[in-house]
Design a protein around this ligand. Structure first.
Ligand code: MN
Length: 261
């Protein structure tokens, strides 16, 4: 019943209504709760259905040259992960330039272009050999970062949260089903600011593949359908200011663009 009203709402308003990631809550309310909390969805290309996001995992320092620029040793460090809140998602439709708000508290706001894997199967201790069978779809995403706050907290051995896990810190394009695109184990990944190339690498330069990330993550957490994984950014991360336009690309996916406002 609620699903039907949801889709009718979506169909009426179009994908533009997803800009804030949560759907308008005009479906009949569940009387067991005092108010509604919106669910975060990401559109699925070629489908009327949308992907409900349960958790957002992100891997840190997953490209050798980026690990070095962040001051760590890429040869010895096991993979590590952090999370963003689910409602950090900012849906960005291909062919549009979405306004992305410059966040509070920072003077050094960084882009990180990343491949995102979306899971429709969960599990614990998932073997690497079968891990890609848990991936439902892929998208292009940005792991936006308040770098000054991330660094300051790191220097003080405090949690990174304020640098990484804030409102709208996870712009994302629509999901593309694995059945249509195959798995993304190689291919160009780049990011431009105002037309100038800043990041330019290949997905095959990841230290830990998507399959390895799923396997490792599932040792620490029980993965569930609806989990998505930001798979790390290549080198040459850098700052943007208000007015800048970020365009990013992964071979086989439509480009994603946002304007910092
Ligand atoms: Mn990242």
């Amino acid at each position: 019943m609620q699903r039907r009203s949801l889709f009718e709402t979506t169909a009426t308003l179009g994908l533009g209504a997803l800009a804030g990631c949560a759907l308008p809550g005009n479906a009949a309310r569940d009387a067991k709760t005092p108010f509604d909390v919106p669910v975060t969805y990401v559109p699925i290309v070629g489908s009327d259905m949308m992907f409900p996001v349960r958790r957002i995992y992100c891997i840190g320092r997953n490209y050798r040259a980026h690990a070095i620029e962040m001051g760590s040793n890429p040869d010895r460090e096991p993979p590590f992960f952090f999370q963003k809140p689910t409602d950090a998602i900012q849906n960005v439709a291909p062919g549009t330039v979405a306004d992305h708000p410059y966040p509070t508290l920072t003077k050094n706001y960084h882009y990180e272009v990343e491949l995102v894997a979306a899971l429709n199967k969960g599990g614990r201790n998932i073997p690497m050999g079968s891990a890609l069978g848990h991936v439902y779809a892929y998208a292009l995403g940005l792991d936006m970062t308040r770098r000054d706050l991330q660094r300051a907290m790191g220097d003080e051995k405090k949690p990174w949260e304020i640098g990484k896990s804030f409102d709208k810190s996870a712009p994302i394009g629509p999901l593309h089903l694995v059945g249509q695109t195959g798995h993304f184990t190689q291919g160009g990944i780049w990011l431009k600011v105002n037309g100038q190339t800043k990041q330019n690498a290949n997905l095959n330069q990841m230290i830990w593949s998507v399959a390895e990330q799923i396997s490792k993550l599932s040792e620490a957490f029980e993965l569930m359908p609806g989990d998505i994984i930001y798979s790390g950014t290549p080198e040459n991360v850098g700052p943007v200011v208000r007015g800048d336009v970020i365009e990013c690309h992964i071979d086989g996916l439509p480009n994603l663009s946002v304007k910092i406002v």
